[in-house]
Design a protein around this ligand. Structure first.
Ligand code: FRU
Length: 468
């Protein structure tokens, strides 16, 4: 282990007792052993193991120079921490390791691509894309002698600002890489995603193929963490524009390297979701993790990743997100109710005695115009509130449009409460990630309907075990 890695590991280890004693720290969402976490990086399945990296500032629970932390899993349910994977090579003029991806190159070697930030140079107008290769355990990384593998010179006379966050995808025999960025900084910046094509099997030589995507919103200043991939018959682009993460769905022409979006939406409507990253799993499905943002400092840890979510399209062509099915392995003993008649009188159901829970409910709206769920514990205002009025779902203060398919009156809700993290999935199409106050003892689910009667066909709640 080099000195930079050893110093970072010691700092994380020293902060761990305090972080791990904090009662607000999630237990079934991925966190670092301690200290600051932001974007998920480089998810990859290799030799039977799921690997995931994340932006880590090892020296405090606030943001600072970034490294790549590393976790792995054999089943997507239980995870283990591995040594910090990538540290800046100070001697080679590197100050930070920003976000990126992993892939296996044409020689069969695992590779990481990331944005390298130099000391004292602002990321807005100076960045390079570097690569590293590793053993099959993805533990011992070596920076590529070809670094920078992509440099700004590729763009000729065009200046790209905030040029970062490499993501690799393949189409047929071609390997492409996309990077976020911004043009026309003098006019405030205009978000673009640039595309590059690999010129050798080692993936160390790249050719600039132009702008894949011009963001249609003039107010979109940049496009952090682009992910571009085929899902079913469609092409999907994710961008993080310093605001809620957007997805675009459309067509990609690999000859011209242009993406034509037809529809768009928000990946998550909550205020605490950003910079998602995706991977393909052996059965061909695509999973996404996001960064759960917005935690207070001073607790020895800060930030976690969302649950892995499986992506698909509904029959009506809407992008769907479903918690990875393997997560059911974390469920403890269920508490269940069937055929609960809902009207304006609130029914109160006692939840399992835990502040790490999953609650699933399938509600037939019947003659009701809306339904409401609240979770109360202690004597405080509800920690969780979900209301649906047939057109809109509201989770605490977050509102999102949600319409039911014609003839369908079913609302299926899955709520994951992990101490201070709430993730809600409504009919698999609307997701909300939000920080909450942890539940106290004796939490109850209160549920009612408005304007008629509804039928909660099934409500189940489980305590959820730690992923570690
Ligand atoms: C997104 C982001 C990325 C960058 C990384 C730095 O949250 O700003 O664009 O690579 O975080 O930590």
């Amino acid at each position: 282990m080099n000195d930079a890695l050893a110093r970072a590991a010691a700092a994380v280890q020293a902060a761990a007792p305090r972080a791990q004693a904090d009662p607000t720290r999630p237990i079934f969402h991925i966190t670092a052993p301690a200290q600051w976490v932001n974007d998920p990086n480089g998810p990859i399945f290799h030799k039977g193991v799921y690997h995931l990296f994340y932006q880590l500032h090892p020296f405090s629970d606030g943001s600072g120079p970034k490294y790549w932390g590393h976790v792995r899993s054999r089943d997507l349910a239980r995870w283990e921490h591995l040594p910090i994977a990538l540290a800046p090579s100070g001697e080679a003029g590197e100050a930070e390791i920003w976000s990126g991806c992993c892939t296996i190159n044409g020689k069969g070697e695992p590779m990481a691509f990331y944005t390298s930030i130099a000391p004292g140079k602002p990321a807005i107008d100076h960045a390079e894309q570097w690569a590293a290769t590793s053993d099959d355990d993805l533990v011992a990384w070596k920076k590529s002698p070809a670094n920078p593998v992509l440099s700004e010179a590729l763009h000729g006379g065009t200046k790209v600002y905030d040029w970062r966050d490499p993501f690799i995808f393949r189409d047929g025999k071609k390997t492409f890489l996309v990077l976020g960025g911004s043009l026309n900084q003098s006019k405030g910046g205009q978000a673009v995603v640039n595309i590059y094509e690999a010129e050798n099997a080692e993936l160390t030589k790249w050719r600039y193929r132009g702008v894949l995507f011009h963001h249609p919103d003039p107010e979109a200043r940049t496009s952090e963490c682009p992910n571009f991939f085929k899902l079913g018959d469609e092409w999907v682009l994710f961008v993080s524009p310093y605001g809620k993460v957007q997805y675009f769905v459309g067509d990609f022409d690999p000859e011209t390297c242009r993406f034509r979006p037809r529809t768009r939406g928000l990946l998550d409507h909550g205020p605490n979701f950003y910079a998602p990253n995706t991977m393909v799993v052996p059965d061909g499905r695509r999973l996404v993790w996001g960064w759960v943002t917005g935690f207070p400092g001073g607790r020895g840890w800060n930030g976690c990743l969302t649950l892995p979510r499986q992506l698909s399209f509904s029959r009506a062509g809407q992008l769907q997100q479903t918690p990875a099915p393997q997560l059911t392995r974390l469920r403890g003993k269920p508490v269940a109710w069937r055929k609960v008649r809902l009207d304006s009188d609130r029914k109160s159901l006692m939840l399992p005695e835990s502040n790490t829970l999953e609650i699933e409910s399938e509600i037939d709206l019947g003659s009701a115009s809306g339904v409401g769920l609240a979770i109360n514990s202690g004597n405080k205002t509800p920690q969780v509130l979900v209301n649906f009025n047939g057109l809109q779902i509201q989770v605490l203060d977050v509102k999102a449009p949600l319409t039911l398919a014609k003839g369908d009156r079913t609302l299926t809700l899955r709520l994951f409460i992990d101490r201070s993290v709430l993730e809600v999935f409504a009919n698999e199409t609307v997701c909300v990630t939000k920080r909450i106050a942890p539940l106290e003892a004796n939490a109850a689910l209160e549920i009612s309907a408005e304007g008629g009667t509804a039928n909660a066909k099934q409500i189940r709640a489980w305590p959820i075990a730690s992923i570690w």
